[in-house]
Design a protein around this ligand. Structure first.
Ligand code: ZN
Length: 176
């Protein structure tokens, strides 16, 4: 009973003080689209490793084999792949890679990250994008780094490049 009254009062207050002039904001994201042959040798290696990493996925439930690759500032390359289990408490390919980096090379920034997926006996047609949880995790690594993390989303033919994970997570949660 008392809870309902409090809620009502709160709504009334919001209604009375809500601005009467509505404005709009547009959020734009710049994505560069490459074919594999247009990439630098370093970026080709990143893509190759992400594709190779799909083979290490353990995905008996989703059959969606995600592969990820990182290049760290110290020159180390790291691969990651999704690891599922029957309790649906597995981990995505991207976080598998970045947590590996965090555990083995603490304090070393991630220079580049790539992700792709293999399912139904072929690589996905459209460039593969990280889930929301992975975007937040990558963002926190980026926040603690001295520079943005270049992101490569790999499809069968097209490869998207974003200059920062922040491009994929506008209006992000930054209370940390
Ligand atoms: Zn994810």
């Amino acid at each position: 009973m008392s809870k309902k009254i409090i809620t009502f009062a709160h709504n009334q207050s919001c209604f009375l003080t809500f601005p009467t002039t509505m404005t709009e904001k547009n959020i734009t994201t710049k994505i560069q689209v490459f074919s594999y042959s247009e990439l630098s040798e370093e970026n080709k290696k990143l893509v190759d490793l992400a594709r190779e990493a799909t083979q290490a996925a353990y995905a008996p439930y989703s059959h969606f084999h995600v592969g990820s690759a990182l290049l760290l500032d110290n020159g180390v390359w790291i691969k990651g792949a999704n690891q599922e289990n029957a309790a649906f408490a597995g981990i995505c390919g991207e976080r598998s890679a970045i947590y590996n980096a965090g555990a083995n090379y603490p304090g070393v920034a991630i220079k580049k990250l790539a992700v792709t997926a293999f399912t139904n006996n072929e690589f996905v047609e459209e460039p593969c994008a990280p889930c929301g949880v992975c975007r937040q995790a990558i963002l926190e690594f980026e926040k603690n780094a001295p520079h943005p993390i270049e992101i490569f989303l790999i499809g069968r033919e097209k490869i998207y490049r974003l200059a920062s994970i922040a491009s994929m997570l506008p209006l992000s949660f930054k209370e940390f």
